[in-house]
Design a protein around this ligand. Structure first.
Ligand SMILES: [Zn+2]
Length: 261
C-alpha cells in the first residue's frame, strides 16, 4: 500500500519517527508521500525524502497560508521541485471553510503552484474545502490536461464526477471509516476503485478505530479495508489498484536497472 498523503515532518512525530516509519512497513505500507504545507515544511519534506528510501515528498503552500506567498517562497518551492524524490507540488488549493487567507490570495497561490508543477512535469496535490465550484472553474479554465489528486475528497458525487472528467484522481482518508459518514461512502460508491488512491492525512483524521488520537501511515490499511468493503473487493485488490495509481501518478514505480546502476 502507499500512503499518498501524510505530514511526517510535523512535531507530532519528532519523538518517534523511526518507529512510525517502521510500523508503516510492518503494516504493508511500502511507500509514503510526505506533504509540505509551507516553506519550512516543504524543506523538511524534501530532506526526509532524501534520507529515507521509502519516503517521497510533495512541496508547496497550503491555502491556509496563501497570504505568506512571495517570490522567495516560489523560488524555493521551484528549486525543491527539481529534486529527484520530490514527486508532486502541493498541497495547494482552496479552503473556504477555514478562510485563513483571502480568497484571491488562495487563488493566486493555487495558479502559481499549478505552473510550477507544469514546469517540472509533476502532478498537483489539491486540498479543497467548501470551494469545489471555484476549484473546478480554475482547473477547467486552464484549458489543458492536469495530473493530480483531490486529496481527502469531501465533495458530492457530482463534484467527484467533474474532477474525474478533468483527469484527476481522488483520495479518501479516515472519514470513510466514521459511522456517520454514510453520505461520503455514497460518494465513494459512485466512483470506481480505478479512480482512487489511499491516504491517511496523518497526523490528522485518524480512522474510527483510533479516532481522536494521532494518525500515522500504518493506519492506511483501515482505509483500504473500508474501501474493500464498499466495493465488495479484497484488500489485495484495493491495494493493487490504488498502488498502481499512485506509482503511475507520482512516477514512483519499482526502480529499473538504470536507476539502481
Ligand atoms: Zn494534508
Amino acid at each position: 500500500m502507499i500512503d499518498t498523503h501524510c505530514h511526517l515532518d510535523f512535531p507530532d512525530y519528532h519523538e518517534d519517527l523511526d518507529q512510525v516509519i517502521e510500523r508503516a512497513g510492518q503494516a504493508g505500507v511500502e511507500k509514503m508521500i510526505t506533504i509540505g504545507i509551507d516553506a519550512p515544511s516543504s524543506r523538511a519534506a524534501a530532506a526526509l525524502a532524501r534520507e529515507r528510501l521509502n519516503v517521497y515528498a510533495a512541496v508547496g503552500l497550503h491555502p491556509n497560508s496563501a497570504a505568506e506567498a512571495d517570490e522567495n517562497l516560489w523560488r524555493e518551492i521551484d528549486d525543491l521541485a527539481a529534486e529527484r524524490k520530490v514527486v508532486a507540488v502541493g498541497e495547494t488549493g482552496l479552503d473556504y471553510y477555514r478562510n485563513r487567507a483571502p480568497r484571491d490570495a488562495q487563488r493566486r497561490a493555487f495558479l502559481r503552484q499549478i505552473d510550477i508543477a507544469a514546469g517540472h512535469d509533476l502532478p498537483v496535490v489539491i486540498h479543497c474545502r467548501q470551494a469545489y465550484d471555484d476549484c473546478y472553474d480554475i482547473l477547467r479554465g486552464l484549458g489543458r490536461p492536469l495530473r493530480g489528486v483531490m486529496h481527502c475528497f469531501s465533495g458530492s458525487a457530482e463534484d467527484a464526477r467533474r474532477f474525474l472528467d478533468l483527469g484527476l484522481l481522488l483520495s479518501f482518508g479516515g472519514p470513510v471509516t466514521f459511522p456517520n459518514a454514510e453520505e461520503l461512502r455514497g460518494v465513494v460508491r459512485s466512483v470506481r476503485p480505478e479512480d482512487l488512491m489511499l491516504e491517511t492525512d496523518a497526523p490528522f483524521l485518524a480512522p474510527q478505530a483510533f479516532r481522536g488520537t494521532r494518525n500515522e501511515p500504518a493506519y492506511v490499511r483501515y482505509i483500504a479495508r473500508a474501501l474493500a468493503r464498499l466495493y465488495d473487493l479484497s484488500l489485495h485488490d484495493i491495494d493493487r489498484i490504488t498502488t498502481l495509481n499512485a506509482n503511475r501518478l507520482f512516477g514512483i514505480g519499482p526502480p529499473d536497472s538504470a536507476e539502481t546502476a
